[in-house]
Design a protein around this ligand. Structure first.
Ligand code: HEM
Length: 477
């Protein structure tokens, strides 16, 4: 017996005999030397041994740097909610990996600056704006489906790239109120792919707590990262220029909040943010707002191809509820299986699979001492596949998220994080995922190219390595 309740599967799902979708094979020993440093650079999930999928907390030391992994609901709650003031700062690895792209944007800032910026951005996500946003999400997905219908179906498309272009168009058209072009969306998507490859997320100076190792960092990688960031900044600057040139200055968008101090539907007008601050927040929102949803949607296509059973059940729901028409926001509660597919996808492949913080002061968690500057890791990848919390943790079984089933503990299932720094776009991203999947899966099935072997890449986000080449098959419902 453990102190935690394990979520059981609904009747009828216990005996499902589907093979596990792609996972990381754990090393046999802790910090296995055969897992080379270069492997770690492209997959931060490759170091966790089997017992990490069962343990509750574990601490380790890498030369000068102390780490604690919080792998149970009580410890996650303590760090993200109860003792937030001590753990609000992101780890130096995360800050240094993202600063060239996001500057002091709220994803990487902390303390008073983070709080101020969050207050500026939050009104862009008010619930009242969701019906309009949902309309744009569906229209954009329909445009994509129409384009897919014109493509030759004997050539695969890269589903990861397709989903990233779709979600970046949506973020431009909704939160920014901008008619972002497909070419601009492609420039951002491309820029972030090369940025992730160039940036030294596994930065040895921060990893080992040895600042002088910074002198050994590769100047070519730094140059490549800066060049990729500049390509992204160019698009955001163009969006800001278009906003300034627009005549309908009454329109409420994220940019009117940042640049003109618009308070949204509640509150008082306030001082605009200075130009650099506004630009940094715009970049955060564009990047955080498209990459994560795109990755989840891409993994969902992979999983639906992997499990024809789940795909059939999804199609049955879409045909029954929508009967060939486009979905609306009002349909979302009527599509529980579509939602369950998206939620189960984020369980197996959480787009942000490692969350990290740096302690401001010493503490003790589950009997483990923490020092000032210790790094705390909360790893949705481990928590979502934890043997104590889930039955058949590695299998794709959307039914576990259907209404009527017990909901998982919010400190165990946390694709959007939890507590004070929970994802600002959580409602937006979930709605977008469901509506895009409903619109596209109603019209198409996608099959993995048989010659492609799917693998996991985990740098800043969790992606299918080398994309997802898939053949599109129109459905006749
Ligand atoms: C499936 C979709 C999404 C997932 C899984 C996701 C996940 C996350 C996670 C895990 C974090 C916390 C990171 C950390 O603590 O280190 C986060 C933060 C954030 N997300 Fe999302 N996100 C999604 C969609 C979006 C969208 C659509 C937007 C905006 C339009 C957005 C904006 C943000 C922002 C601004 C933050 C920083 C919040 C803060 O630090 O206060 N996200 N997201």
């Amino acid at each position: 017996m453990t102190e935690f309740a394990r979520l059981t599967l609904p009747e009828g799902c216990r005996d499902l005999a589907e093979p596990d979708p792609v996972k990381v094979i754990p090393p046999t020993a802790w910090l296995d030397s055969t897992r080379t440093l270069s492997e770690l650079k492209t997959n931060l999930l490759s170091i966790w041994p089997e017992r990490a999928y069962r343990g509750l907390t574990f601490a380790f030391q890498l030369l000068n740097q102390h780490y604690l992994v919080c792998n149970s609901p009580d410890t996650v709650k303590r760090v993200f909610l109860e003792e937030h003031d001590n753990y609000d700062r992101k780890s130096p690895q995360m800050r240094h990996a993202l600063e060239p792209l996001l500057g002091d944007g709220l994803f990487v800032s902390d303390g008073a600056l983070w709080k101020e910026r969050r207050d500026y951005c939050a009104p862009a996500f008010e619930a009242e704006r969701l019906p309009d946003f949902a309309g744009v999400m569906v229209e954009s997905a329909q445009e994509m489906a129409d384009r897919w219908a014109r493509l030759p179906h004997d050539q695969p498309v890269d589903m990861l790239n397709e989903m990233a272009r779709l979600t970046s168009l949506i973020i431009g058209r909704t939160i920014f109120g901008d008619d972002t072009s497909d070419a601009e969306a492609a420039q951002v998507v491309d820029g972030f792919s090369t940025y992730q490859k160039a940036i030294e997320q596994m930065n040895w100076a921060d990893t080992f707590g040895l600042p002088y190792l910074r002198w050994l960092s590769n100047p070519l990688s730094r140059f490549r990262a800066q060049r990729s960031a500049a390509r992204i900044h160019e698009v955001i600057d163009r969006i800001i220029e278009r906003h300034k040139a627009r005549k309908d200055s009454d329109r409420v968008t994220l940019l009117s909040m940042l640049l003109e101090g618009h308070p949204g539907s509640r509150g008082q007008k306030r001082c605009p943010l200075h130009a650099l601050g506004a630009r940094n927040e715009a970049i955060v929102m564009f990047m955080a707002g498209h990459e994560t949803t795109a990755n989840s949607l891409a993994w969902a296509w992979y999983l639906l191809d992997h499990s024809p059973r789940a795909a059939d059940r999804l199609h049955e729901e879409l045909d029954r509820v929508l009967g060939g028409r486009a979905p609306t926001l009002a349909d979302v509660p009527k599509l529980p299986y579509t939602r369950a597919v998206f939620e189960e996808t984020m369980r197996l492949y959480p787009p942000v699979p490692v969350l990290s913080r740096q302690a401001r002061a010493g503490d003790e968690i589950r009997g483990k001492a923490l020092r000032k500057n210790s790094i705390i890791l909360v790893i949705p990848w481990l928590l979502h596949r934890h043997e104590l919390f889930w039955e058949k943790p590695n299998q794709f079984i959307p039914e576990r998220f259907l209404p009527g089933q017990p909901r998982p503990d919010k400190f165990v299932y946390l694709p959007f994080s939890v507590g004070h720094r929970v994802c600002l776009g959580m409602r937006f991203g979930l709605t977008e995922g469901i509506l895009c999947l409903a619109t596209l899966a109603q019209r198409f099935r996608a099959r993995m190219a048989p010659e492609h072997s799917v693998d996991i890449e985990c740098r800043l986000t969790l992606r299918p390595r080398g994309g997802l080449p898939m053949y599109l098959e129109p459905r006749s419902s």
